[in-house]
Design a protein around this ligand. Structure first.
Ligand code: SF4
Length: 264
């Protein structure tokens, strides 16, 4: 029987997600009657994507799915320069809903790409990692073990530094950075890491609640890096924690029908 529900604070959409959603709305309003394409999920939230589809936005995985000259918006996770170039070649009108905090990592990559070897701490296959790694040659690592495996591939006579995905686990990333320092003592540490304020604050909020609760329900998408990191963090001390996607919310409502908890 559920006794109390605590709400984490902060919670909900971050500024980057709100920006991306309103960006698409503005592009659609400014080009009324024209088909707007969004490359990849605008944000990793299926409800947002489904709502936009209902309002006529078409989501594509590849530029090839949109005609030459059409209006294409890039998602909040950013894209590699090669994608921008391909869109320009085909005369597409480009809208860029990339979160400014992701763009900042792209800028850093461009600045150091000719002077440094770059390790990128991120999740293989994630849209943000693919976009940022398209800026320069980088070594992707997800764990301390991956760092150790790089030992023979990094040149000790050349400068080395690292960048990271904005939505990583703060604690896990610290372990990876510690391993980088240990394996490559000559590494140049950036003045500031790249995990964004929204990710950090939400993980802090979850950590603070752990003493008070028996389980955490993360309302998010199972392809959202942020949601999965919060779930992973909660499950470390509360293994019954789980993620609530739209579908599982329906199942939960059915399960709690006899309790005093009301879902709206
Ligand atoms: S980088 Fe941070 S603020 Fe920007 S969209 Fe991602 S989670 Fe949100």
């Amino acid at each position: 029987m559920l006794e109390k529900i605590y709400l984490a604070n902060p919670r909900g959409f971050c500024a980057g997600v709100k920006y991306a959603i309103s960006y698409v709305e503005q592009v659609q309003a400014a080009n009324s009657g024209e088909q707007i394409y969004v490359r990849k999920e605008i944000v990793h939230n299926r409800r947002v994507v489904e709502d936009m589809k209902k309002r006529g936005i078409r989501f594509i995985n590849d530029l090839d799915e949109a005609p030459d000259g059409s209006t294409v918006v890039f998602s909040a996770h950013g894209v590699a320069p090669s994608v921008v170039e391909a869109a320009k070649q085909r005369g597409m009108k480009i809208g860029d809903a990339t979160c400014p905090l992701v763009t900042r990592v792209h800028r850093k990559a461009r600045k150091i790409k000719d002077t440094h070897q770059i390790i990128y701490i991120g999740h293989e296959g994630h849209d943000e990692a693919i976009g940022t790694m398209g800026e320069a040659s980088m070594f992707l690592v997800e764990s301390p073990e991956d760092v150790v495996r790089l030992k023979d591939r990094i040149d000790p006579d050349k400068p080395l530094t690292y960048l990271m995905q904005t939505t990583l686990s703060v604690a896990d990333t610290k372990n990876v950075v510690d391993q980088i320092s240990k394996t490559f003592p000559f590494v140049e540490h950036p003045a500031k890491d790249d995990i964004c304020y929204a990710t950090t604050e939400r993980q802090e909020a979850v950590s603070l609640m752990m003493q008070e609760i028996d389980a955490m329900l993360v309302i998010g998408a199972d392809n959202s890096s942020n949601s999965l990191r919060l779930l992973q963090l909660a499950q470390k001390s509360k293994p019954h924690s789980f993620i609530l996607s739209k579908r599982s919310l329906v199942e939960i409502k059915a399960g709690f029908r006899s309790s005093s908890i009301k879902f709206k």
